[in-house]
Design a protein around this ligand. Structure first.
Ligand SMILES: Nc1ncnc2c1ncn2[C@@H]1O[C@H](COP(=O)(O)OP(=O)(O)OP(=O)(O)O)[C@@H](O)[C@H]1O
Ligand SMILES: C[C@H](N)[C@H](N)CCCCCC(=O)O
Ligand SMILES: [Mg+2]
Length: 206
């Protein structure tokens, strides 16, 4: 069974889109442990709206915080201090995708980072990298931080406008497995998600 933590090189890089594609590809369950910002919608609701298979189960967030900010600040604004022991991995026998918030070292509380959750639950990691000037550095830093923590990279996904010089450098320098890339799409729809899901099923050997 795949137990995957979906992280990215920052916020807004496409983790939720990738989560929808992987949820559909694996008919996996999906869990967003901490949602910071509830309007106009949540990541779980977005993924649910993009996935069509009847198997995936959407586990409720452990914390739903109003403020679209770093989770540690969104929690503090509500008088909460999140603690590692508050979180339990959903009890499922299905594949499970766990979506982070922002990048790998985003804080949930003082001394408690999203990476700690991935370690606590021994999840393999999928890294989403979106191309922008500066994304090489952010991608390499993320991969080094994963390596330093002993977290296994299941795959790296490039999302957005292809930039061969960037992608080739990162692939050669790090040797991480590459998953299929995602192009800039005119619209994010269930049909588009299902098209990419087919490519990912092949990548997983399904
Ligand atoms: N390849 C793509 N083509 C078109 N739109 C995209 C693509 N990738 C991401 N987007 C859009 O960019 C926005 C940000 O993507 P997404 O919500 O997946 O980021 P995220 O990494 O999950 O952010 P967060 O840290 O808030 O969870 C969304 O509106 C999404 O639909
Ligand atoms: C609100 C946003 N969309 C994400 N859910 C949280 C991003 C936190 C980023 C914190 C940081 O790295 O400075
Ligand atoms: Mg998201």
């Amino acid at each position: 069974m795949e137990r995957l933590f979906i992280t990215g090189i920052g916020t807004d890089v496409g983790k939720t889109l990738v989560s929808a594609i992987l949820t559909e590809a694996l008919q996996a369950d999906y869990w967003k442990p901490v949602q910071a910002g509830l309007t106009p919608t949540t990541d779980a609701a977005t993924v649910r709206g993009l996935v069509q298979n009847p198997v995936s189960h959407f586990w409720p967030e452990r914390h739903r915080l109003q403020l679209p900010a770093s989770p540690h600040a969104a929690a503090a604004a509500e008088g909460l201090t999140l603690r590692p022991e508050d979180f339990e991995l959903p009890a499922t026998h299905n594949h499970l995708l766990v979506e982070g918030a922002g990048g790998l070292l985003v804080p949930l509380a003082p001394g408690f980072l999203l990476a700690d959750l991935a370690q606590r639950f021994a999840l393999d990691v999928v890294v989403v990298s979106r191309n922008y000037l500066g994304s090489i550095n952010h991608t390499l830093l993320t991969l080094e931080a994963l390596q330093a923590r002993g977290l296994r990279v299941r795959g790296l996904i490039f999302n957005g406008e292809p930039t061969p010089a960037t992608e080739e450098f990162i692939a050669e320098h790090t040797g991480v497995p590459l998953m299929p890339r995602i192009l800039p799409e005119p619209e994010v729809t269930p049909t588009m998600v299902s098209r990419y899901a087919a490519e990912f099923r092949t990548w997983f050997g399904l």
